[in-house]
Design a protein around this ligand. Structure first.
Ligand SMILES: [Zn+2]
Length: 416
């Protein structure tokens, strides 16, 4: 039976090109990035899937007056399985990032171009995240056309606002449609991956961002001793944090491609307007990616301890404020989702699966924190957000087959 489905997928080149061309010509850029949102793309996709024969199609608009139509649309479709209590969700996103410097593009970013090899497609969004939308819809269409019912439901979410993340997308859906999600649901996010299609991300580091404000005393630079230079103190703090934190939080975990926690001083706020002023206030930001074996409290205590040494040495006040926290519980290696996806990877991509962790900031964290298993994996070039973004028709077919293999074998016991 699977062979017939795979044959159908192999014959779907035109479907893939048509869908990609239509999505690429409807750029769904967030208002925060200067665009008009996802409405045109969502309306197009809604029309496409209305002919598929899904059992359930829901459109959930969150209100955003900056966007076209005043809404940020989320599109959700389900095809029921034998067991309607469980859903295998494909979590994709509608929005794209702007093309950036046009002179770096060899093609027009909003016009799909196919390479002479007949396989590589170019355009903004073709990989991130239209390959996933295409693979998901191809898998669903093929399955529904066959008339077969999967063991559990197949669900597809096409979500707004992933790239900027202002709350109009996944958080909005989770909050407003909690009845859609069951305790035994599983999630696949095809939003990152590798060309062999063997890497399966099951965990991510905690992302913790801090705003650090150092207050000294402003003065005229001709008389610097009458003030306290906040920038000098802040710069010392940057160096101390940068040197000391990796020594304190030094555990390693080979699951992650950078196997240790990282601590990166990044953004710096403007200070004084003129060269002849001793800055009285200094503000910089620290981006920490912490392995799950450490707690946020441990990190915060250490940052404050180091800040204290600078306060004492420079007679300044330092305020440490956490501005972002995304932590996530890893998905179990022995979950059905991971086991079934590994089997599909071996079968379809002919590759030995490799479980990995990443530096954080994916869609999957929000799901994992609900206690549900989520993995991030796809067979792709790995060129999101770059000029000449590309996607492979062949890889898209592989992703669609992996989806169907995982779904159709979902409730099976292990052979090994
Ligand atoms: Zn993406």
């Amino acid at each position: 039976m699977m062979k017939e489905l795979y044959k159908e997928i192999d014959d779907s080149k035109e479907f893939i090109i048509d869908l990609q061309a239509n999505m690429t010509s409807r750029p769904a850029i967030s208002p925060a990035n200067g665009g008009e949102g996802e409405l045109d793309k969502a309306n197009y996709l809604e029309k496409v899937i209305n002919n598929f024969g899904f059992d359930e199609v829901t459109k959930l608009n969150s209100q955003d007056e900056r966007a076209k139509g005043g809404v940020r649309p989320n599109l959700i479709a389900r095809y029921f399985g034998e067991d309607r209590e469980k859903t295998f969700w494909l979590l994709t996103h509608l929005d794209i990032v702007p093309p950036g410097d046009l002179s770096l593009w060899k093609t027009k970013p909003y016009k799909l171009q196919i390479d002479a090899d007949g396989d590589t497609m170019y355009g903004r969004g073709v990989e991130d995240n239209q390959q996933a939308i295409t693979a998901a819809l191809l898998a669903a269409k093929t399955l529904i056309n066959s008339g077969k019912r999967p063991p559990i439901n197949l669900g597809i979410m096409m979500i707004a606002d992933e790239e900027v993340g202002e709350g109009y997308g996944l958080p909005y859906v989770l909050k407003n449609m909690p009845h859609l999600f069951g305790k035994e649901d599983s999630f696949l996010v095809q939003d990152s991956g590798d060309v062999k299609g063997c890497e399966i991300e099951i965990a991510e580091k905690s992302s913790l961002w801090y705003k650090i404000t150092t207050t000294g005393k402003q003065a005229h630079s001709a008389y610097p001793t009458t003030g306290i230079n906040a920038m000098v103190a802040g710069a010392n703090l940057v160096v101390r944090l940068y040197n000391e934190l990796p020594k304190k939080f030094n555990k390693q975990d080979a699951l992650y491609d950078i196997p240790m926690s990282t601590f990166t001083p990044s953004k710096k706020e403007n200070n004084v307007s003129n060269v002849n002023i001793v800055p009285g206030v200094d503000v910089f930001y620290l981006d920490c990616r912490l392995l799950p074996c450490y707690t946020e409290k441990e990190l915060e205590n250490e940052i404050k301890k180091i800040a204290k040494t600078v306060e004492n040495d420079f007679k300044v006040q330092i305020n440490v404020e956490r501005i972002l926290k995304i932590s996530s519980v890893p998905t179990s290696r022995t979950s059905n989702l991971v086991k079934r996806y590994c089997a599909a990877t071996r079968e379809i991509n002919n590759a030995e699966p490799k479980l990995i962790g990443c530096g954080g900031g994916t869609f999957a964290a929000g799901i994992r924190n609900l206690g549900l298993p989520a993995i991030v994996a796809s067979r792709l070039y790995g060129v999101p957000h770059s000029p000449n973004e590309k996607s492979s028709i062949k890889f898209t077919m592989c992703d669609a087959k992996v989806i169907l293999h995982t779904l159709m074998h979902f409730d099976e016991e292990d052979e090994d």
